[in-house]
Design a binder for this molecule. Structure first.
Ligand SMILES: *[C@@H]1O[C@H](CO)[C@@H](O)[C@H](O)[C@H]1NC(C)=O
Ligand SMILES: *[C@@H]1O[C@H](CO)[C@@H](O)[C@H](O)[C@H]1NC(C)=O
Length: 260
């Protein structure tokens, strides 16, 4: 090479940009390359900054991330370990999730093999009188809505062949901390004549079949709750009634089993 010559580099492979800081009332985020697959070795961080005093809600429209190898991590604030909230992976769109403050961050990390089609979500700034979209669980139908403000109600039903566990009607109320929240979590739709299942993700709800009605005779249901290795799981009962001495719920984990 002669002195004074320029060298040109060429990168082989796909060049992409990802992540960034987003401001504004609402908008949408897609993983790079969506829906044709995100790149391997990705590390993309999005920081959503809402107006002072607002909360940010994420509503997933599409979600497919190589299970257990690639992750979408959520941070309740700026993307620092102290704000880490949950890691999402797999092939089912998670329910809507809301930040506690006006900043919500997401980080997509992928390994060096196989990717999936990625994710698309809408985000929205919520003000103190809005509960935000309560979400539509698989096989459920949400009736009413459009507005999710204090005093509003939404009603759920299930598609044919599925039955509803949980509360069919939710009301947007103001809690003790003066934040608009739904009075109950969204119900689940379960295939008729089945019970139990595997639940994963940062948090969730499990109800007995037919709840808040009575469960049937001869029920034998097993639920498996999965968390990240190293995490612990806490189970908080909000209602509990079983026929004393005859019916029971057994809770087993890495701790010795407990019988209720
Ligand atoms: C943002 O809000 C406006 C006004 O409410 C609406 O027309 C638009 O569709 C929204 N965009 C997204 C991505 O939700
Ligand atoms: C992703 O990038 C952030 C900084 O932008 C860095 O702190 C983090 O360690 C990276 N994660 C991985 C898995 O490379």
């Amino acid at each position: 090479m002669r002195p004074g010559m320029w060298c040109l580099f060429s990168f082989t492979g796909f060049i992409y940009t990802c992540g960034g800081t987003l401001k504004g009332r609402n908008g949408s985020i897609e993983s790079p390359g969506f829906p044709y697959g995100y790149p391997n070795g990705a590390n993309c961080t999005w920081v959503i900054v809402g107006e002072e005093g607002s909360r940010i809600q994420l509503i997933f429209l599409s979600f497919a991330i190589e299970e257990e190898y690639d992750f979408l991590s959520l941070y309740d604030g700026h993307p620092h370990p102290a704000n880490f909230r949950t890691r999402l992976t797999g092939f089912q769109a998670p329910p809507p999730v809301t930040s506690t403050g006006n900043v919500f961050s997401l980080r997509l990390t992928s390994d060096f093999a196989v990717s999936a089609h990625g994710f698309k979500l809408n985000y929205e700034e919520l003000h103190s009188t809005s509960c935000g979209n309560p979400g539509v669980p698989p096989k459920a139908v949400l009736n009413g809505g459009g507005r999710f403000a204090v005093g509003d109600r939404v009603h759920y039903s299930c598609v044919p062949g599925y039955v509803l566990d949980g509360h069919a009607t939710l009301t947007c109320i103001t809690n003790a901390a003066n934040t608009a929240v739904w009075d109950f979590p969204a119900p689940l739709c379960r295939a008729e004549d089945t019970c139990g299942g595997t639940v994963r993700g940062g948090s969730g709800v499990v109800t007995s079949p037919g709840y808040p009605g009575n469960y049937g005779n001869q029920a034998d249901c097993t639920w498996i709750l999965l968390a990240e290795p190293g995490d612990t799981i806490s189970v908080i009962f909000t209602d509990f009634q079983t026929e004393e001495k005859y019916d029971y719920l057994e809770v087993e984990g890495s701790e010795p089993p407990t019988i209720w």
